[in-house]
Design a protein around this ligand. Structure first.
Ligand SMILES: Cc1ncc(COP(=O)(O)O)c(C=O)c1O
Length: 393
């Protein structure tokens, strides 16, 4: 007997196509053939979780009190570590009981926020290109996504002035993310001031994703939306432990900001999950308390790789401006080749995996994203293969 007649819910059918399918197929085939793949596709940090964090987890694992269901709202200690970190880092005061909520990774929270706040037909403003959960979450919730197309001439910043008044009036939520995945663009503080003024004028909930808060270089310090006066009335901000602390597999993130919005998300999650294993929350507390020397080390690692790759790409004809943050380089495809075809070409000819830009929405067409998740030696090997295969701009 087959269950083929049971169709997935429309909310699943409405999701944009999954552009990784063909890439995944080719990757699997290459692995089967024993080819030496250089996978620069995902934003999956290659470093180890810092040893003090691992040790804190082991110790917490030995404590039987951590073995039961964790508190729905996260442990009080982790919430306090989050708000202390915010105060230290951004000089923003938050209440650990009502303005901070641990998440099973920020992706979970970003998508569930849409389910908690979007009714079918609600208008949601989402930049394109963007991290997929920013538009897939609203689609799953039945929202109507209005694309804010980002352009290189505007530094990949949202052009707020180009949003028609009637669209802004209808919009309920605006998702955004600087430093940005996938473009690596950063936004000046004035942009944050403008977007807060815009959201207050039109009564829109701002959802800012600050996952790359710490991966910044050359003295650049990313802005937290919550630093802007009046922002907390109309916004929430998401963070992850995955990138800075090499904890992608641990599934720990958090959201901070407006208490009313956080309460809605907490109510939804209380019905869906039990939160993060308490031992991992203890370890995450340790991560947030690591000395600045740890951050400097991480930043140095990505900065060195950034410089190496940008220089190597320049030798192949790509003039990529120096990025100020993130672990990505956003690379235009050679003329007349689409993102998917270029990524497939690169994979087939060189065994190097890059992500087609259209995985991040229509606004990413014509680009591929390269993640700085390998040492310079491997990046050098990738560049060498590009050269041999005649791949250039
Ligand atoms: C912008 C952005 N937000 C969220 C996430 C998801 O992070 P997490 O591991 O916390 O779910 C990523 C991961 O790549 C990301 O790039």
């Amino acid at each position: 007997m087959s269950l083929n007649w049971i169709a997935p819910a429309q909310r699943i059918q409405k999701l944009p196509p999954y552009v990784f399918a063909r890439l995944d197929e080719l990757k699997a085939k290459a692995r089967e053939q024993g080819l030496d793949l250089i996978d620069l596709g995902m934003g999956n940090p290659d470093g180890a979780t810092p040893q003090p964090v691992v040790e804190a987890a082991i110790e917490a694992l030995q404590n039987q009190r951590n073995h039961g269901y964790p508190p729905f709202e996260g442990t009080a200690n982790f919430r306090r570590a989050i708000t202390n970190w915010y105060y230290r880092r951004y000089d923003v005061k938050l209440d650990p009981d009502s303005e901070a909520l641990p998440l099973l990774g920020s992706k979970e929270g970003l998508a569930h926020l849409a389910i908690a706040y979007i009714n079918p037909g609600d208008l949601v403003l989402v930049p394109t290109p963007a991290y997929p959960a920013h538009f897939r979450g609203p689609v799953i919730a039945g929202g109507q996504v209005h694309n804010l197309v980002l352009k290189p001439d505007n530094g990949w910043l949202i052009d707020l002035a180009s949003i028609p008044d009637e669209v802004a009036k209808k919009a309920k939520i605006l998702y955004f993310n600087y430093p940005s995945n996938p473009t690596a663009a950063t936004a000046p503080r004035e942009f944050f001031e403008e977007i807060v003024a815009f959201a207050r004028k039109y009564e829109i909930l701002l959802v800012h994703d600050l996952c790359y808060a710490e991966l910044a270089f050359d003295g650049y310090q990313p802005t937290s939306l919550l630093e802007i006066p009046g922002a907390k009335d109309i916004s929430v901000e998401f963070h992850t432990m995955s990138k800075t602390y090499n904890m992608a597999g641990w599934r720990v993130g958090f959201v901070v900001g407006n208490r009313h919005i956080i309460q809605g998300l907490r109510t939804l999650k209380t019905n869906l999950d039990y939160g993060i294993f308490a031992a991992l929350q203890t370890a995450a507390e340790t991560a947030l308390q690591l000395p600045d020397s740890y951050l400097q080390e991480v930043q140095q690692r990505y900065r060195t790789r950034r410089d190496f790759l940008i220089k190597g790409l320049a030798d192949l004809g790509w003039q990529i401006p120096k990025t100020k943050a993130t672990m990505y380089i956003w690379v235009p495809c050679p003329a007349k080749i689409g993102s998917t075809d270029f990524a497939l070409d690169v994979l087939q000819q060189t065994g190097v995996v890059v992500t087609p830009g259209n995985a991040f929405g229509v606004g990413g067409e014509g680009y591929v994203r390269i993640s700085l998740i390998a040492e310079c030696e491997r990046l050098g090997e990738a560049l060498h293969r590009f050269k041999q295969a005649g791949i250039h701009y």
